[in-house]
Design a protein around this ligand. Structure first.
Ligand SMILES: [Zn+2]
Ligand SMILES: [Zn+2]
Length: 341
């Protein structure tokens, strides 16, 4: 973690704040961030020495750092370190990569699905349902859960087991000390999302080809009004081929096992959100530039055409495959404006 900071972070104040967030004592970072006069090289790789620095600035930074000592440390840092160390002591890398990843996936999947599942029982939330005339049925959800569990254990679990061997080939690290900071993991997840979205757009579009559609992708379109649990409801061929996009980003960015789990969480949050069937007005995911969202993917399920991307809008915009959706949105907006007049 520390050496990564040395390589990438040039903003002193940002580093100190995030160091505090991560529960690191500021003095550890100051010894790294202040250039060593004897070494002659700063943490950004530039030639520097203490003599070059303005003494007033040094005094201000020292005051700032003294203030940081009074901020509370991240209370989760130490329990997380102990839990991670206990896991490494108790289980092999194969067990962590395979059974650990399965556990992360299962717990995350059903936990993230829970709010959308509960929303169907709360009449006050009905106004946020995109296709409000099509309510979920017990029979439909039970059928979905059965295929989903089959897919998780008989299709995805072997894929996860292969991931372990891939991680070994790539030499991924498991230790706490080499784990990237949370903002590095988040940036890597964003990179994985861009790569996955590109793969998803072109392959998804191909799966809609009339010769292929009824053999593979039709299963995912069984539900015209999607709900969260249905996010991974798909033919095994689709799970493997579209799922390959999930691993592409890891090939580019992964240096630590933690990214696999962080990316699993990010990807599940995104795909369950776009399949939720609800357009929540306070959804923070819409703060992401170019985020497509549930209304975008709901249109795809309702109409079987256009909006092929998984996460972002730019590929559909670039190739004009979002035309029908944009037209519909314009009509809805016109209707709303008329009502207001
Ligand atoms: Zn489709
Ligand atoms: Zn879908």
């Amino acid at each position: 973690m520390h050496h990564f900071m040395d390589r990438t972070t040039c903003g002193l104040s940002t580093t100190l704040w995030t160091a505090r967030f991560c529960g690191q004592a500021p003095h550890i970072w100051t010894t790294r961030l202040w250039p060593d006069p004897s070494a002659g090289t700063g943490h950004c790789g530039q030639k520097s020495s203490l003599a070059d620095l303005d003494m007033n600035n040094i005094s201000h930074w020292a005051d700032g750092m003294a203030m940081l000592d009074h901020l509370p440390s991240n209370p989760l840092q130490e329990p997380a370190r102990l839990a991670w160390s206990a896991m490494l002591n108790r289980y092999s890398h194969f067990q962590i990569a395979t059974w650990g990843s399965l556990l992360v996936h299962e717990v995350a999947y059903f936990t993230i699905c829970l709010p959308g599942f509960l929303a169907q029982f709360i009449p006050a939330l009905r106004k946020y349902k995109i296709q409000s005339s099509k309510t979920e049925t017990w029979q439909g959800q039970w059928h979905c859960l059965q295929l989903l569990l089959f897919s998780h254990f008989f299709v995805q679990l072997p894929m996860i087991a292969c991931t372990y061997h891939g991680a070994e080939l790539l030499g991924l690290n498991y230790s706490w000390e080499t784990m990237p900071n949370w903002w590095v993991l988040l940036a890597q997840c964003a990179g994985c999302a861009v790569v996955e979205d590109t793969w998803h757009y072109f392959l998804h579009r191909l799966l809609h080809h009339p010769r292929l559609y009824r053999h593979v992708h039709k299963i995912h379109h069984h539900y015209t009004a999607p709900f969260g649990l249905q996010a991974e409801y798909a033919h095994p061929v689709e799970t493997i081929t579209l799922g390959f996009g999930f691993f592409l980003g890891l090939l580019l960015f992964a240096s630590h096992m933690a990214l696999l789990w962080a990316w699993v969480l990010c990807r599940l949050v995104e795909t369950i959100d776009v399949h939720s069937g609800y357009d929540w007005p306070w959804n923070p995911l819409h703060l992401l530039p170019g985020y497509a969202g549930s209304r975008y993917h709901d249109f795809h399920h309702e109409n079987f055409v256009g909006n092929y991307s998984s996460t972002f809008i730019w590929w559909d915009w670039l190739f004009g495959t979002d035309g029908a959706y944009r037209e519909k949105q314009k009509l809805i907006q016109k209707g709303m404006n008329k009502k207001c007049k």
